[in-house]
Structures are given as structure tokens and as C-alpha cells.
Design a protein around this ligand. Structure first.
Ligand SMILES: NC(=O)c1ccc[n+]([C@@H]2O[C@H](COP(=O)([O-])OP(=O)(O)OC[C@H]3O[C@@H](n4cnc5c(N)ncnc54)[C@H](OP(=O)(O)O)[C@@H]3O)[C@@H](O)[C@H]2O)c1
Length: 263
């Protein structure tokens, strides 16, 4: 439904959202932004301790409902079980953010013949989003309440030169971009908008272990000369899940300080 006033145009009040990988990094930034805009959240991730801790932290600060669900997006049965549990608890899901992902580095020719790192990367970064979209997309179609799906891509989806030795990751994220557009067409008749966010370098566990000097050096190649912050990605996700963006679907929005423009 399109907006007629800016009042509550960016509100997520009362919306129920699943955020995969919502326990850490960008996912937790998205969860924090959603909580501040009034959403209830189901965090899905593999590690129980950090998942529960994230849900508890949100519960201690914001009035909504925040729960953790154990889920490995690399596994269809695990996705089904987590999706069913969240639907049973929340009654319906309005928003799915497919954020969980891994970064795999390494040249293709250095891999063994089973090309396991390549297959693992595609299995998590591309197929993981497809699995959750299958279960929650079906749910959204059945409930006929409409909905929003946001896939977290990367600026590496269009430019392998920004992330050296990460061809599998770039290919998975390029797949996410086209999946987003195709699924947007498939879901439009059910009033479900599907978009993607393509961050550039953003402070998170991805960056764990990197020295400040190394981060500063990497930032020099970015036009705005800094890395992004998880809450900034969260703010964009709020927009793409709020009434304000109802006329946007199938888009991939870059948030990388202009890095994709730099040679
Ligand atoms: N940080 C960046 O610079 C950057 C840039 C562009 C795009 N991105 C994208 O942003 C997303 C989040 O990245 P991040 O930097 O925030 O990573 P992160 O700090 O490492 O967090 C990753 C999150 O995903 C979860 N996760 C990983 N594998 C999973 C699996 N198989 N099943 C379920 N959950 C899983 C992790 O929890 P568990 O380990 O407990 O499962 C964690 O909550 C990814 O899709 C990444 O590709 C990041």
C-alpha cells in the first residue's frame, strides 16, 4: 500500500522479521535498526550462545519480542525446522532478511578436485538465501499479508577486483542479485517486495583480526575513505522493509561509500 503521508513511513511497528545471521556483525546491525523501528525479531544462526546473547541484548533494550532459533542455512531440513518454529511462535512473518554468509578465499586452481571451498561458498551464500526464501516465500503467499524480503549481497557481486582471491564469493553474490530480480517478479502478485543490499567493506566479524593500519590502508581505496558500519546497512534495510519503499522491487542497492565507482 502506498504512503499518503510521511508519518510512520519508515516504521516497522508490530512487524515480525526473520534475520539470518542476526547474531553478529551486519545482521546484528540490521536487528538493532529493526528493533528501534518497532519490529519483533527471530534471529537465526548456528551458534546458540551468541544467538541467545543477541536476542537477550535486544530484549533488555527494546520493548518487542526477540528470539533465537538454531539454524544452518546450508541445510534444507534445518531451514524448514527453524522457519516452522518461528512461524508457530510469531503466527506470521512479514519480513525475511537473508543476511547470513561466509567469505571464502582462494584460487580455483589451488583447490582439490572436489572443489569443496567453491561448493561450500555457493551452498551457503547463494543457496542459503534460496532455502529460507522458499519456506518464508510460501508462508507469505499463503497468509496473503504481503511481505518484504531483503537479500544481503556485496559490492563484490559486480566487481571481483575489490576482493582479491574471492571468485566463489563474487559468483555467489552475483547469483544473489539475479535471484533477487527473478524472485521479485515471482512474488510481486502476492504483494511481496524482494530487494537486495550490496555493502562494501563493513566492520564486522569478517574483519576480525585485521589491524587498524591494514583497515586504514584498505579504506584509502574507498572514495569516502572509511568502512561502513552495521547500523548503516540496518538503516537501509529498514527503508526497504518500510511502507516508504512499497514501489521498489527487484533492486540491488549499493552501500559502499562509492567503492564500486573507484577503479
Ligand atoms: N562485512 C563486510 O565487509 C561485508 C561486505 C559485503 C557483504 N557482506 C555480507 O554481509 C553478510 C553478513 O556479513 P558479516 O560481515 O556481518 O559477517 P559475520 O560478522 O561473520 O556474521 C555472519 C553471521 O552469519 C551467521 N552464519 C554464518 N554461516 C551461517 C550458516 N551456515 N547458517 C546460519 N547462519 C550462519 C553467523 O552466525 P553463526 O556463525 O552462529 O552461524 C553470523 O551471525 C554476509 O552475507 C556477507 O557476505 C559483508
Amino acid at each position: 500500500m502506498y504512503i499518503t503521508t510521511m508519518e510512520n513511513a519508515f516504521s516497522l511497528a508490530g512487524k515480525n522479521a526473520i534475520i539470518t545471521g542476526g547474531s553478529k556483525g551486519i545482521g546484528f546491525g540490521i536487528a538493532t535498526a529493526f528493533a528501534q523501528q518497532g519490529a519483533n525479531i527471530a534471529i537465526m544462526a548456528r551458534d546458540e550462545a551468541s544467538g541467545k546473547k543477541a536476542a537477550e541484548e535486544l530484549s533488555s533494550k527494546y520493548p518487542g519480542t526477540y528470539r533465537y532459533y538454531k539454524c544452518d542455512i546450508a541445510d534444507m531440513k534445518s531451514c524448514k525446522a527453524a522457519a516452522e518454529s518461528a512461524i508457530a511462535d510469531f503466527k506470521y512473518i512479514d519480513i525475511l532478511v537473508n543476511n547470513a554468509g561466509i567469505a571464502i578465499t582462494g584460487n580455483l586452481l589451488d583447490m582439490d578436485e572436489d572443489i569443496k571451498p567453491w561448493l561450500d561458498c555457493i551452498n551457503v551464500d547463494l543457496n542459503g538465501a534460496v532455502r529460507m526464501s522458499y519456506f518464508i516465500g510460501r508462508h507469505m503467499k499463503e497468509t496473503m499479508r504481503g511481505g518484504r524480503i531483503v537479500n544481503i549481497s556485496s559490492n563484490a557481486s559486480e566487481s571481483p577486483s575489490k576482493t582479491v582471491n574471492m571468485t566463489a564469493y563474487c559468483a555467489a553474490k552475483a547469483g544473489i542479485n539475479l535471484f533477487t530480480k527473478g524472485f521479485a517478479l515471482e512474488m510481486a502478485p502476492y504483494n511481496v517486495r524482494v530487494n537486495a543490499i550490496a555493502p562494501g567493506f563493513t566492520f564486522s566479524n569478517f574483519m576480525a583480526g585485521m589491524s587498524e593500519e591494514a583497515a586504514d590502508m584498505m579504506a584509502q581505496g574507498i572514495p569516502v575513505k572509511r568502512f561502513g558500519r552495521p547500523l548503516e546497512v540496518g538503516a537501509l534495510a529498514v527503508y526497504l522493509c518500510s511502507p516508504a519503499s512499497d514501489n521498489i522491487t527487484g533492486e540491488v542497492v549499493f552501500i559502499d561509500g562509492g567503492h564500486s565507482l573507484a577503479i
